[in-house]
Design a protein around this ligand. Structure first.
Ligand code: PEP
Ligand code: MN
Length: 363
C-alpha cells in the first residue's frame, strides 16, 4: 500500500533551518527592485528560502506571464545580498536547464503541470543526473494517485531530494478558499509516502490574506514539514495574486505567531496515558469494522430479496428515512449533522455496490 520512494531526509538537503522550512517571496518576479526589496524583507521575516515565479502559468493569455531568464538574474542577486537560497517553479526542460545554469537551489512543479504525465516525465528526464531538490505541488484535481505518479516519475529519474506541496484543489463546490483544502488527501499522501517532506502553501490554498494565518497554523498542527507563503513589497500593485500576498512586515508577524507542534511526546506518564486511550479507540474501531461487515452481509441478503421480486436497486424512500433518522440522531447528540450524512452516504453507496452484482446476477 505504501509507495516505494528513495527519499533523502529534508535535513540533508543542504539548507539551514530548524523546525518547519519556510519558503517565502513574491508570486512573480516583476522587477529587479521588487525582487531585491522583497528578498531583504523576507530575509528578516523568519523565512529560510526565497521563492519567485519566473514563468507564470496564467489561466488566460495576455496576462503577465513572467520575466523569464532576466528574473533569474535578479534572484541570483537577491541570494548574494541576503544569503537566502532561491526557488523557482519549472514546467518544462528549458526551465530546468536555465535553473541549473543559474544554480537555483530548489525547484517546484506547479499544480497545472503535475496534472500532465507527459510534462512531468519530460521534467524528470531533464533532471536526470542533477542533485537539485524538487517539490511537487498537488495536481489541481483531488487525485492522490496522479500526485504520487508525478513523485514516482521524478524519483525514478534519480531525484531523491524530493517532496510535495499541498496547495489545495479546484472544487465545483463554492468554499471560502480559492482551492479546497481536502486535508484527507494530504493525510493519505503522508501515509503512502512515509518519510517524504510535505509542505503546505496556504497562499494559493486560501487566495486571500485574512484566511492564511489560520491555515498556516493548521498545517503545523497536521505536522507539515514547512510552509510556502507569498510576500510582495507592495501587494496592492502585484502583477499576479495581489490579494494573497503579505508585505514582508506582515509576513514576519504571521511567522512569529505560528506555534510549531511536537511530533511526539517524550514524557513517559503522558505517553502511557495517551496509549491507554488509543487502545480503547482501537477497540472501538474494531467494533466499527465488525458492525460494517455485519451490515454489508445483511445488505447482500436484502439484495437477494430485491432480486426475488424484481425490485429496483435504489429504494429512494428507504434511503431518505435511513439518512434522516441518523442526521436527527446526530443533532440530538450534538454531533455534526453533515459528518453523519457523509458517513451514511458512504455506507449506503457501498451497500448498493454490494447488491448490484446480486441483482444483476443470473436467476
Ligand atoms: C505559484 O506558486 O506561484 C503557483 C502558480 O502556484 P500553483 O501551481 O499552486 O497554482
Ligand atoms: Mn501565486
Amino acid at each position: 500500500m505504501s509507495v516505494d520512494l528513495d527519499i533523502t531526509p529534508i535535513k540533508d538537503w543542504g539548507f539551514e533551518f530548524d523546525g518547519p522550512l519556510i519558503i517565502a517571496g513574491p508570486c512573480s518576479a516583476e522587477s529587479r527592485e521588487q525582487v531585491l526589496e522583497t528578498a531583504k524583507g523576507v530575509a528578516k521575516s523568519g523565512a529560510h528560502m526565497l521563492r519567485a515565479g519566473i514563468w507564470k502559468p496564467r489561466t488566460r493569455p495576455n496576462c503577465f506571464e513572467g520575466m523569464g531568464e532576466e528574473g533569474l538574474k535578479w534572484l541570483v542577486e537577491a541570494r548574494e545580498v541576503t544569503g537566502m537560497p532561491i526557488s523557482v517553479e519549472t514546467a518544462n526542460p528549458e526551465h530546468v536547464e536555465l535553473c541549473l545554469k543559474y544554480n537555483v537551489d530548489l525547484i517546484w512543479v506547479g499544480a497545472r503541470t503535475t496534472v500532465n504525465p507527459f510534462a512531468v516525465q519530460a521534467l524528470a528526464d531533464s533532471l536526470e543526473g542533477s542533485d537539485i531538490p524538487v517539490l511537487v505541488k498537488n495536481p489541481i484535481n483531488p487525485d492522490v494517485e496522479l500526485w504520487i505518479g508525478a513523485l514516482e516519475r521524478l524519483n525514478k529519474a534519480g531525484v531523491t531530494k524530493l517532496g510535495a506541496i499541498h496547495r489545495g484543489f479546484s472544487s465545483a463546490r463554492a468554499t471560502e478558499y480559492r482551492n479546497a483544502p481536502n486535508w484527507r488527501i494530504f493525510i493519505e499522501l503522508r501515509r503512502r509516502c512515509e518519510g517524504m517532506p510535505i509542505i503546505c502553501d496556504p497562499s494559493h490554498l486560501c487566495g486571500k490574506r485574512a484566511l492564511i494565518p489560520a491555515v498556516a497554523q493548521k498545517a503545523l498542527d497536521l505536522l507539515f514539514d514547512g510552509l510556502m507563503i507569498e510576500s510582495h513589497i507592495n501587494p496592492d500593485v502585484a502583477l499576479s495574486d495581489s490579494k494573497q500576498q503579505f508585505t514582508p512586515d506582515d509576513l514576519a508577524k504571521v511567522i512569529a505567531d505560528l506555534k510549531p507542534r511536537n511530533p511526539a511526546a517524550t514524557d513517559e506518564n503522558f505517553i502511557l496515558s495517551i496509549e491507554k486511550e488509543r487502545i480503547r479507540l482501537g477497540e472501538i474501531d474494531d467494533q466499527i469494522v465488525d458492525l460494517l461487515d455485519e451490515r454489508m452481509q445483511l445488505s447482500r441478503h436484502i439484495g437477494e430479496l430485491k432480486r426475488s421480486r424484481g425490485l429496483a436497486l435504489l429504494q429512494p424512500a428507504q434511503w431518505k428515512k435511513t439518512a434522516e433518522r441518523r442526521v436527527e440522531e446526530a443533532e440530538k447528540r450534538g454531533m455534526d449533522a453533515h459528518f453523519m450524512l457523509r458517513v451514511f452516504q458512504y455506507i449506503h453507496e457501498e451497500s448498493l455496490r454490494q447488491q448490484e452484482d446480486i441483482i444483476a446476477g443470473e436467476e
